[in-house]
Design a protein around this ligand. Structure first.
Ligand SMILES: *Cc1c(COP(=O)(O)O)cnc(C)c1O
Length: 413
């Protein structure tokens, strides 16, 4: 049984202050998309922008485009648009490379700001690439350097005077559990450690105040909630007070003080530009630049409020409709303690998700047994959420997921 009437759903959708944003996105008909936490939907403006960049800029201006169309400044101009969404100062965010690469840069930079210490602290809920990259960085740093991994709820107490830096992902990619950024950053500073934050599941999902919490460094990706497109450039933040001291590890020419002086010796650029390594990917950055314009008139507080309302409705609907069908909520029940996704443990989660996708509700599966649904308030409405819960109920009750076609394993899950 639904927990909410059609009339009440209709009222929620018609009074939604973000309702008009959906028209700015190119969503296929018949799809309820609850995977914007993995790959955001195409903003329509991106289509025109990419076409313009290819045909008018690259096609006509050729090499002159670097100056004429300010391609060379895209890492900074795009970085500034992201900065606004994460509570960062203008000039403190660079759009570049992948999150994985930026984790390497950030961890190395953190060591350069705290050279007496040798331990990076992270937690077992972190996304594996952050841990893999950090393991490699500490191995390259040499004798005595290490990565310490504790359970997410042990991070606070594990921050002591041995820790050079914490590397924490604010929102857990599997469960949506959210760390307290302000408290952990303050604790890191009390212990003389540098606070590095990974905002992959936070940027565009909730309010972030890097300046307010006093974060030292941060990284994040733009193809999830920021809708930059598959594999779009990531970002790196360095607090203004550290920008003169941080040592870049990938000392490429684009981070040089004067790239076009072609000096033999490397001198880092002033400011955030020193975190750049090579030539910026202009097509990808143009797409991201246009995608970010969708946020220009958006209040992150409204995004957060709607995200919570959608998530709460989804939990209520699923739990009411799917009693005794083997689902267990693994996301925190308290909305203040989670990001913008809801996950359930489900024994045959892979097949259940494949069946859901075949029936027009796209979420995803995370091994070993989690089905995950992301809520992106710019283009998901209350009716979508209720319909998704109804479809999940149908798939579980009819055992639709038992069909062999839903068990075929694909490369990307
Ligand atoms: C999505 C995600 C990444 C992805 O890294 P890529 O280099 O873009 O593949 C990294 N870290 C976290 C926490 C993520 O959620």
């Amino acid at each position: 049984m639904p927990t909410i009437s059609d009339i009440a759903l209709e009222r929620l959708d018609t009074t939604d202050p973000l309702r008009h944003k959906r028209a700015e996105f190119s969503l296929p008909d018949g799809v309820i998309y609850l995977d914007g936490n993995s790959l955001g939907v195409l903003p329509s403006a991106v289509k025109q922008r990419v076409q313009k960049t290819v045909e008018e800029e690259w096609g006509v201006s050729l090499i002159r485009g670097w100056n004429k169309h300010e391609w060379i400044d895209l890492p900074i101009t795009v970085g500034n648009k992201i900065a606004r969404l994460i509570g960062a100062e203008a000039g403190s965010v660079l759009a570049a490379d992948s999150t994985s690469l930026n984790v390497a840069k950030a961890v190395f930079a953190a060591f350069s700001l705290n050279p007496e210490r040798r331990v990076i602290l992270s937690d077992s809920g972190n996304f594996p690439t952050d841990l893999y990259i950090t393991q490699s960085v500490v191995a390259q740093m040499g004798e005595g350097y290490s990565l310490k991994i504790v359970a997410p709820d042990e991070v606070y107490d594990a921050i002591d005077e041995t820790i050079a830096a914490t590397l924490i992902t604010e929102v857990d990619y599997r469960t949506g559990r959210k760390h307290d950024m302000a408290a952990l950053t303050a604790r890191a500073h009390d212990a003389g450690a540098i606070a590095v934050w990974d905002l992959c599941h936070s940027a565009g999902a909730l309010e972030i105040d890097l300046t307010g919490v006093g974060a030292d460094l941060a990284v994040g990706c733009s193809y999830k909630y920021l809708n930059g497109g598959p594999g779009s450039p990531a970002f790196i933040y360095v607090a203004p007070k550290h920008q003169k001291q941080v040592k870049p590890v990938l000392t490429g020419w684009m981070g040089h003080e004067k790239p076009f002086a072609f000096d033999l010796a490397y001198i880092p650029a002033e400011g955030i530009r020193r975190m750049a390594a090579g030539t910026p990917p202009v097509l990808a950055l143009s797409a991201l630049d246009a995608a970010l314009d969708a946020w220009a008139d958006v209040d992150m507080r409204q995004v957060r409020e709607k995200s919570i309302a959608l998530s709460e409705l989804f939990i209520a609907e699923v739990e009411e409709r799917c009693v005794g069908l083997g689902l267990e909520l693994v996301s925190p029940r308290n909305a203040a303690e989670r990001g913008s996704q809801i996950s359930f443990r489900c024994a045959d989660g892979y097949a259940v998700m494949q069946a859901l996708i075949a029936h027009g509700v796209i979420g995803d599966f995370r091994a070993p047994d989690i089905i995950r649904f992301g809520f992106t308030p710019l283009y998901v409405g209350y009716h979508d959420v209720a319909k998704a819960a109804e479809t999940l109920e149908m798939i579980l009750k009819t055992k639709e997921w038992c069909k062999p076609i839903y068990r075929v394993q694909e490369k990307v899950t």
